[in-house]
Design a protein around this ligand. Structure first.
Ligand SMILES: [Zn+2]
Ligand SMILES: [Zn+2]
Length: 71
């Protein structure tokens, strides 16, 4: 099985590519918000899932949401 270097729940920061993990709300290396928020219904999920479409309402998310870009 691959991925031995990354612990369970780890994923890459969308901005800097640093390996992060499930307890973090923001990247420890660059401060990137590690949650994606749907611009349609405001549902949030961990960036690790990298949904192209919102799992709650089906809106296209484009995967990347700028930090603080949507309240
Ligand atoms: Zn980062
Ligand atoms: Zn949505």
């Amino acid at each position: 099985m691959p991925g031995s270097a990354e612990s369970k729940g780890s994923f890459r920061c969308p901005r800097c590519g640093e390996c992060t993990w499930g307890d973090l709300n923001f990247c420890q290396a660059c401060g990137q918000d590690l949650y994606v928020e749907c611009p349609g219904c405001a549902a949030t999920w961990r960036f690790m899932y990298e949904y192209v479409y919102c799992p709650s309402c089906g809106a296209k998310t484009g995967q990347k949401v700028e930090k603080g870009g949507f309240q």
